[in-house]
Write a protein that binds this ligand. Sequence first.
Ligand code: NAD
Length: 260
Amino acid sequence: MLKDKNAIVTGSTSGIGLGIARALARHGANIMLNGFGDLDDIERIRSETAEQYGVAVSHSGADMSKPAEIRELAEQTVAELGAVDILVNNAGIQHTALVEDFPTEKWDAILAINLSSNFHAIRAVMPGMKRRNWGRIVNIASAHGLVASATKAAYVTAKHGVVGLTKVVALETATTGITCNAICPGWVLTPLVQKQVDALAQRDRIPIEQAKERLLSEKQPSRAFVTPEQVAALTVFLCSEDAAQIRGAALSIDGGWVAQ
Ligand code: NAD
């Protein structure tokens, strides 16, 4: 379905982004991986994905908090794969603290990586998408793009911003073959959430499994984690022709979190 399309997936060396990169590759897209981690591990992910699905896979270590490196990521993708047809803005970090205790450098980093990187990446790839009159932009927001939780000032602010940016870009491209949508996952058990599970287990002196259940029962009515594969399947659908008239949407995949 996505044969000969080229996709950037930011933050795809782990968690949801890795699941999305693999799913796009399975559907035939060439992939520019991005993110941090052990270089041998990243090379293994790169070569296994390329061999398994018979597509071209590159990696860029561009730091999504740095606009110049985001521009270089787009340029490297054009140089190595040929174009950017699909952009998945997924890189993200988390920090929790009461607003009066929130470290200002954490606020700046979360706003830069979780929100501003989406703007810089979209800005860099948009001229090429407009020239080809085809593009798919999928921003991985969060249930926290739609509702709030205490101790997450920067994250909730950034993710609400992503939903707003998604709508603007969708309106600016409404008469073109380019679509822009956001996906709003609930809890997905990735390293980002495992840290919050571990912190809860430590704080309440309970076993890890009980901490997972407590985390889910606070927010997610299904009491089950969303999987990276489920978020990836929705991303692949948004990249299909069947999804051509889904524009500016913020699609929940959250076990009922925001229905409450
Ligand atoms: P993760 O920690 O498993 O993966 C984050 C990825 O981003 C990694 O590849 C990491 O190397 C990369 N990254 C971090 N900082 C970066 C930077 N400055 N530059 C480039 N890459 C960077 O996290 P995840 O849970 O898979 O989260 C992925 C996205 O999904 C994030 O935007 C997150 O906010 C969102 N999300 C996650 C959940 C969840 O429950 N896990 C729920 C809703 C939304």
